[in-house]
Write a protein that binds this ligand. Structure first.
Ligand code: BGC
Length: 744
């Protein structure tokens, strides 16, 4: 509570006016009317920092190149830049860079339109040295703590804005329904309702309630739409999503974000049903603008116009690709290395293939965004915001988020928490590295450049100083170093318990592609050898997606999973292992048992059909390694009966239940409400999450929880692609309890 209120104080400051692009804004119209075609197209162009600077000197100081700056800002009138070169920069370095570029724009360009800088601050200010790094979204979703997620986003916004940047390419609203996809860790998990709730919390945190005031940044809901379910499990591979599925699972979170006023949207780099989303007028204009009512700015993803020509093969030239994307509905293009987009678009307008009014519509939205983030009012780096950077309170929030994100998956009688009297052997590839705690987008895009991480960030080895650390396998950047295992085995025999840290080397996007979810062989061999010592083994598993542990899980006495828990992750692991924090994380995904069976929790009944006996007797089974929502605690909770306002209901359903902490430790419990529709015109899912709330309970304490569901909550997309409510029986399920109601 204290933390949250401190965090809230930070953004009670000056505000800039909010304008929408629907009502005419005279200031913007005036600027627009004075711009040449070239200047307008320049506003639609977004380039990366390398186009004007270099940082390849030993101290990584950014060196601006005046000839390149002239080309970018004067010749091509480029209105926005983004990203880093070799990695994160310090606070003052960012401020100086942004201010120099802004000075240049304001002094040398004809209209002095402030330029806009954008960054991927996707799990905290991850490109800012000394900035706070939270768990990635998958870890945040494991916390089931909406307020914490909002706080993390607020802190991210405050630090980003203080560093001079007012536009953040976050949050990811993709639903993580393919466990092999290398960006699963960036999602809020496999459930649409969770993505909706955490997505809204993030946008609130980034943008503030209604104003992008001086502690906030413009958010970017991404990646619209259908990116997260590539058919072959690889990044940017084709997805095939029937419209009924697209509308049921992938669209609602974008509708919510639009309703909240999220300022911008980034397009999915991939293709859906054979059409690159960047070329889909249906998705980018008819659905997004027409149905969802989005008025903000649409930005492409990285190089995606070029890719329509070179990779998707739907455009026979770069220019055709520009035509397709602009006509489909994009406003700004992350080109990001050259001026081809700019030149081709100018030609297309001059040839009369694209109208200037179409260009005006995009530029109007871009100028509106610049105004909304306060650049017209004050284009300069806001020096007085320095206190928003590296506030010690932020670390506490990051620590709390990391703790709550850890999921205790297994705890054989008495293994955890550890006692301080036990002799602990610590080993394994993720024990002595900070990179596996952070994952993607951490100081660098891929996150594995150890040298860029600040010294104060702890590894698990640092956080467990009393344990004896003996290296077995170590991750160094992208490589593995393998040590003499005899020494490890000797130490194991001498210990009371082994803490074995396993998992993945950090990766992001396409470099993170894997052929299947198989667990690394050498790590499997390591645990197999250690298990022969007969000592209890507690595994700490750090990963961005669920690698298959079926064969080695029986060797684990305790298992704590962390999904890229961030800069306080090591301390959080130590706190959970020793019981200084009672774990409360819940799986945000289904942990699969087999690489070939990747169902989500809300699958259909036929997904469970396992076997058939003559004559036509089916057996149903759903047996993942661990179910969505699974997560143990060091205390125990007892659920009362599920109570409803009536057995037959005609309007809202009111549900209540009591929960008691029956153990002897304080703990947090996530109370989740699922529904199951008995019969429906579209095959119902076995269950769908409709509500969740996280509560604190002292030993012996009981709390009554109330939920209200409306018909909209149990509606679904039907064959006519309409979202409908169908009368019938519904099971209402909370914990072990179930109550059936008739809803009409
Ligand atoms: C990613 C986006 C990111 C963009 C800009 C792309 O490769 O797909 O999520 O925002 O790069 O860095």
């Amino acid at each position: 509570m204290l933390l949250l209120s401190l965090v809230m104080m930070v953004w009670a400051c000056g505000q800039t006016s909010r304008s929408t692009s629907s009502g005419q804004d005279d200031e913007i119209e005036k600027i627009l009317s004075g711009l040449s075609l070239e200047e307008k197209v320049g506003q639609m162009t977004n380039l990366t920092l390398t186009t004007i600077a270099s940082d390849d000197n030993p101290d990584r100081a950014i060196v601006l190149d005046s000839a390149k700056m002239h080309d970018v800002f004067i010749k091509y009138h480029v209105g926005s830049l983004q990203n880093v070169m070799s990695g994160a920069y310090g606070f003052e370095q960012w401020r100086t860079l942004i201010q120099s570029l802004q000075d240049y724009t304001l002094q040398k360009t004809r209209h002095k339109i402030p330029f806009l800088y954008a960054i991927d601050a996707v799990h905290g200010a991850n490109y800012l040295l000394g900035g706070t790094q939270f768990p990635h979204n998958l870890g945040l979703a494991a916390t089931r703590n909406v307020r914490l997620v909002e706080s993390a986003a607020k802190i991210t916004a405050a630090e980003t804005r203080a560093s001079g940047i007012r536009y953040n390419f976050s949050p990811v609203l993709d639903v993580g329904r393919n466990q092999q996809w290398s960006r699963l860790g960036e999602t809020f998990g496999e459930d649409t309702y969770m993505v909706r709730e955490f997505g809204k919390a993030s946008i609130r945190g980034y943008e503030g309630d209604s104003q992008v005031n001086t502690a906030h940044v413009a958010a970017c809901m991404k990646h619209y739409i259908g990116y997260s379910v590539p058919e072959n499990g690889k990044d940017r591979a084709p997805a095939y999503i029937p419209e009924i599925v697209l509308r049921e699972y992938f669209l609602p979170q974008f509708q919510d974000a639009v309703n909240m006023g999220a300022r911008t949207l980034m397009v999915n780099s991939g293709e859906v049903n054979g059409v690159p989303v960047h070329a889909s007028k249906f998705l980018l204009t008819d659905v997004l603008r027409g149905e969802l009512g989005f008025e903000g700015m649409v930005i492409t993803d990285w190089q995606d116009i070029l890719k329509m020509h070179e990779r998707h093969l739907v455009a026979s030239s770069h220019k055709e690709a520009v035509y397709l994307a602009v006509e489909a509905g994009i406003d700004m293009c992350i080109v990001p290395f050259d001026f081809r987009f700019t030149e081709d678009l100018i030609e297309l307008v001059q040839e009369g293939r694209i109208s200037e009014s179409r260009i005006d519509a995009s530029v109007r939205r871009i100028l509106t965004l610049k105004k909304q983030v306060g650049l017209f009012e004050n284009p300069n780096v806001e020096l007085d915001l320095a206190t928003y950077f590296a506030n010690p309170e932020y670390k506490e929030v990051a620590l709390q988020a990391a703790r709550e994100s850890l999921v205790l998956l297994k705890n054989e009688e008495g293994t955890l928490p550890l006692s301080r009297n036990q002799k602990v052997l610590l080993t394994g590839p993720t024990a002595n590295t900070v990179t596996a705690l952070h994952g993607a987008w951490s100081y660098t895009w891929q996150g594995y450049k150890e040298a860029l991480y600040p010294d104060e960030i702890k590894t698990i080895k640092d956080a467990l100083p009393a344990a004896q650390y003996v290296p077995s396998i170590e991750f160094h950047e992208k490589e593995e170093k393998v040590f003499d295992l005899n020494q490890v085995l000797r130490a194991a025999r001498n210990s009371d318990v082994i803490v074995l840290c396993l998992g993945e080397i950090s990766y992001a996007e396409t470099p993170g592609n894997i052929p299947d979810l198989a667990f690394p062989e050498n790590q499997k061999e390591l645990i197999a050898k250690l298990s022969q010592t007969g000592k209890p083994i507690v595994v700490v598993l750090l990963e961005g997606r669920p690698r298959i542990i079926r064969e080695i899980e029986p060797m684990m006495d305790g298992l704590v999973a962390g999904f890229w828990p961030g800069s306080q992750g090591a301390q959080a692991v130590a706190d959970v292992l020793y019981g200084d924090f009672n774990p409360s994380g819940k799986l945000p995904i289904t942990y699969p048992r087999y690489s070939g069976t990747l169902s989500t929790y809300d699958h259909k009944r036929l997904d469970e059909a396992a076997e058939i006996d003559d004559p036509y007797k089916y057996y149903y089974e759903f047996k993942p390694q661990y179910e969505f929502g699974h997560g143990l605690s060091y205390t125990s909770f007892e659920y009362g009966q599920v109570n409803v306002n009536a057995d037959t209901i005609t309007s809202d359903l009111k549900v209540s239940i009591s929960i008691t902490n029956t153990g002897d430790r304080a703990g947090q419990e996530v109370v989740s409400l699922y529904t199951r529709d008995h019969y429906a015109s579209i095959t119902p899912s076995v269950r769908r999450l409709r509500r969740f709330v996280k509560i604190d309970l002292k030993p012996g304490e009981t709390r009554e929880i109330d939920f209200t569901l409306t018909k909209a909550d149990v509606s679904f997309v039907n064959q006519q692609l309409k979202t409908v409510f169908e009368e019938g029986h519904f099971d209402i399920m909370i914990g072990p309890g179930l109550k059936t109601v008739y809803w009409k």
